[in-house]
Design a protein around this ligand. Sequence first.
Ligand code: RP5
Length: 177
Amino acid sequence: MTDSAQTGDVAQDEQVSGPRVGLIMGSDSDWPTMEAAADALVEFGIPFEVGVVSAHRTPVRMLDYAKGAAARGISVIIAGAGGAAHLPGMVAAATPLPVIGVPVPLKHLDGMDSLLSIVQMPAGVPVATVSIGGARNAGLLAVRILGATDRALSQKMEEYQLSLQEMVLEKDAALRD
Ligand code: RP5
């Protein structure tokens, strides 16, 4: 995994071709879970950046990242964390961008602690929370958000949905073979 998350300004032309999704996590130990979000973004050809941004261990870096993301051309942030998982909510508090939270399951409590830390946001500061360990859906949700203003991407999502349908029908047919 590369820690390529950057803070600060970039030149205007870099925004056009630069990353559209910020994929961040509280620790590199979250990567085995979060990798599925990256895989989904790669499948749909979405440029993204990856980085470790810890709400507790690097609070200033977290705020810099959240405050600077929109100006750098990021449209959606996916934030994963485990345990006392404050990263998605704190990032959402410091950016107007949509934030998707991924509860990372740790050794204890099966990820329920992560889920509740991320999902119970106060009114006014939304985090779109996926299931415990549901990083693939976080990636797919980011694609759908970008697809709302990108017809080609939206069509690609429709094709993916059709492929899911075909997969189920094939399994159904195989059961009765
Ligand atoms: C959280 O603490 C991280 O998101 C990670 O899930 C958890 C444990 O981090 P490490 O001790 O493995 O670095 O903030």
